[in-house]
Ligand binder design. Structure first.
Ligand SMILES: Cc1cc2nc3c(=O)[nH]c(=O)nc-3n(C[C@H](O)[C@H](O)[C@H](O)COP(=O)(O)OP(=O)(O)OC[C@H]3O[C@@H](n4cnc5c(N)ncnc54)[C@H](O)[C@@H]3O)c2cc1C
Length: 473
């Protein structure tokens, strides 16, 4: 096979598809290389539900307004300042302009749902979820003539200084005039997670007990190749979006339905049957992403979210039923926890609950007094049988370590900008998300950087003058 491509896109999720489509629209020939087989294509993007969008007034599926400054302040808060303001503002501004383009490529958005108004203001939901989004993008890419190869994991890259030359997948070699790396983080690489998290003071390797919420194909192979080649890196390897999920979830691809959302309605105990953090610190959508890390710090990396019958109907029920018992002692027995300790933990908590007016829609005045850790909102005694428990484990969504890029999505080697190599999506999300998360921003980053990288790669390809034909297989 002899062929030459203008733009090679490594990856097969949202960022890669946005890059491939944009480069193709600009007239480039495009080859997309995806690790997974056809059935599993779409990376973590296939699990998503929505995109966070700035807007100055009501727009199609978005109500009211979500101005640039508010989006920026939200991002600033969750990252604690670990964000590049210039790049973040670029993502925010562009997030207001991408929906029309997405619709042109077949993505459909869902009208705002009643009861979901707080997110209908900030986030546009995909009709059919992320799977429908990636399928629409793939269909459009095929129609436009993007070449797509599945089961083709890139494991090496050739450079000429800072210039991209070719990628390799085993024996195969693919040469292009420009390249976009959009192949995710390293969350599915168990060895790398071990290295990043290390061994704790109890001699455990915490990451061995992590579950991966998304694809098994984000192994960070390309990120490692880039690190070894001297690319500039951003982010802390131990930082990730990490949620407490049902301990019965599969190791990979459990998706959003594995979340356990009743934490703020009860108490959470660890393997020793004791509480370890304020379950009512803030609204659940603002706190769910810290619980994965909190559970990761506990012995055995496991915890138990415990509620009583008053909580039923106040949260999205998990897929699998919880452990049910008529008394807290019986619940402890069923969970294999120390019965006496658990009874004391719950009794102490119940006694500490001060009278208040319960309202789960506001930061109410139901709080504990005189216990550590306090529960600062929604603290009602656990006193109405039956009681339920859900075992939870850390569920990694995606890692934040990535390639440093600029506002052209260019990759750097020792501060030297590559003339034809770009990065988008999870692999460069660390430029905007040093830590923390705000729902929907992953897809904003991937969509904005994906389109930008595709456009820049198309321009770089036009500027390149490479030889005529290249043997690729
Ligand atoms: C359960 C879940 C729910 C989520 N919900 C949301 C949400 O509602 N909104 C939101 O904004 N974000 C959400 N996210 C985060 C979101 O998925 C990511 O931020 C976003 O999808 C990143 O897109 P991406 O294209 O960079 O990565 P991915 O979609 O993960 O794509 C990476 C692709 O690269 C491929 N790949 C990896 N290595 C190689 C290699 N060596 N060679 C070739 N291909 C390779 C993979 O197979 C994969 O297809 C969610 C994530 C999960 C797991």
């Amino acid at each position: 096979m002899t062929k030459q491509w203008d733009v090679i896109v490594v990856g097969g999720g949202n960022a890669a598809l946005c890059a491939a489509l944009t480069a193709r629209e600009a007239g480039s020939t495009v080859l997309m290389l995806e690790s997974s087989p056809f059935e599993w294509r779409g990376g973590n993007s296939q699990h998503t539900r929505n995109l966070r969008c700035m807007h100055d007034g009501p727009q199609d599926v978005l109500i009211e307004s979500y101005p640039e400054e508010e989006f920026w302040q939200d991002l600033l808060k969750v990252t604690g300042g670990l964000t590049d303001e210039k790049l973040a503002r670029m993502v925010i501004q562009e997030s207001s302009r991408c929906r029309g383009w997405m619709q042109k490529h077949g993505v459909r958005f869902q009208p705002p749902l009643s009861g979901a108004l707080h997110v209908a203001r900030t986030n546009a939901f995909f009709m059919g979820g992320g799977k429908a989004l990636v399928n629409a993008f793939y269909r459009s890419a095929e129609n436009l003539g993007v070449d797509i190869l599945y089961e083709t994991p890139v494991d090496d890259i050739e450079f000429d200084g800072a210039r991209f030359v070719a990628v390799r997948s085993g024996e195969k070699r693919f040469e292009g005039r420009a390249c976009v790396l959009a192949c995710g983080g390293f969350e599915s690489n168990r060895e790398w997670l071990r290295e990043a998290w290390g061994q704790n003071e109890r001699g455990e390797w915490p990451s061995d007990n992590f579950l991966i919420r998304g694809t098994r194909f984000n192994t960070g192979t390309v990120l490692k190749v880039m690190m070894n080649a001297g690319a500039d890196i951003i982010g802390d390897p131990s930082q990730s979006h990490c949620v407490a999920i049902d301990a019965r979830a599969p190791l990979y691809d459990g998706g959003i339905c594995t979340r356990i959302d009743c934490v703020s309605l009860g108490v959470v105990v660890n393997r020793d049957a004791v509480r370890f953090y304020d379950e009512g610190e803030d609204f659940w959508p603002k706190r769910y992403a810290i619980w994965g890390r909190l559970v990761a710090m506990q012995p055995g990396q496991i915890a138990y979210s415990i509620i009583d019958s008053k909580a039923i109907g106040r949260f999205m029920p998990p897929v699998f039923e919880g452990t049910k018992a008529q008394t807290i002692g019986e619940l402890a027995d069923k969970l294999g926890l120390d019965r006496a300790v658990m009874e004391k933990t719950v009794a102490d908590y119940n006694q500490a609950c001060a009278p208040g007016t319960f309202d789960h829609t506001i930061l109410d005045d139901c709080r504990t007094e005189g216990i550590e850790p306090a529960k600062t909102h929604w603290a009602l005694p656990l006193d109405k049988a039956p009681f339920y428990a859900y075992a939870v484990r850390p569920g990694v969504t995606f890692t934040y370590l990535g390639l440093k890029t600029d506002d052209k999505a260019s990759v750097f080697f020792g501060d030297e900008r590559s003339p034809n190599l770009y990065a988008a999506g999870e692999i460069n999300a660390g430029n905007v998300l040093g830590k923390g998360y705000t729902a929907g921003v992953g897809m904003s980053i991937g969509t904005v950087f994906g389109r930008l990288a595709g456009a820049q790669a198309a321009i770089a390809a036009q500027k390149q003058s490479v030889g005529a034909d290249h043997v690729v297989a």
